[in-house]
Write a protein that binds this ligand. Sequence first.
Ligand code: 0GY
Length: 321
Amino acid sequence: MTRSATPTTTGRPVTGPFEKTPGWLDWYDGPSRPRLDLPAGAVDAHCHVFGPGAQFPYADERKYTPCDASKEQLFALRDRLGFARNVIVQATCHGADNRALVDALEASAGLARGVATLRAGVTDAEVSRLHEAGVRGVRFNFVKRLVDAAPRQDLLDVVERIAPYGWHVVVYFEAADLAELRDLFDSIPVPLVIDHMGRPDVTQDADGPEFEAFLDLMRSRPDIWCKVTCPERLSAGGPPALDGERAAYRDVVPFARRVVAEFGDRVLWGTDWPHPNLTDHMPDDGLLVDFIEQIAPTPEARQRLLVENPMRLYWPDPQPT
Ligand code: 0GY
């Protein structure tokens, strides 16, 4: 029996008035149970909900229309994989309409925190309402295929609004754009969380100048965190072979290992379910969990990556056991 996922493009039609982007790959609904035993209290610190579109319409300004991926489906995945908590990140297909995110947070009984999208001019009352619902960060997305660029001053206005709440800024960008974004990042006076290691080009050397520029950013402040996520998105090696899943995504390992080794107390990990915009394959989330062992080889490193770090950032208050 194979444990590799095969992509599907049928069988889970988008509800309501929306049609999926042509060629869209649906998330895989038969994930294997991980072989890796996750530590108790593990957090999936990067995942999304999409719609359902009939209830929470996709934003007019979106660059893609996904397959629905509901909060119930996310929580079922959490339980199947052995996670205790989620950090749900607002996806660009919902623009700055955070209703689907808030709905998921409110249904989670405190087991999910959120990262929202906000526009300049957001009111204090709105930030306060989102905080109450469990939002702890705002996401600035600089990936050009996903969003139109926002003026820098708008972003800094948002930062000013969220800073009193102790929130952080999640930044999503591609490695080639770091040089031009660096002074903006340096000017943000709240903690930064970097998505997917700044999307390195993994055909380059993990010791080469491009990744060094990213590590230099990480070294520049003690309050920059990094998600060592998305090997399936970063790998240039193609889909896992049917009988060789252990060899999948190997080209990402040296990058993630470097970050985990040097910044072990400020790394985070997440599934990225439901994996928007993948084009060549859809991963089995159980296998993605097994991949963690390759980038965080010791139980101590995994305890920090999966439990201690995300709890410090998203649930800093003592939690009932
Ligand atoms: C990700 C990936 C992507 C998209 C979004 O908000 C989004 O639309 O996050 C992507 O296409 O790279 O994992 O965050």
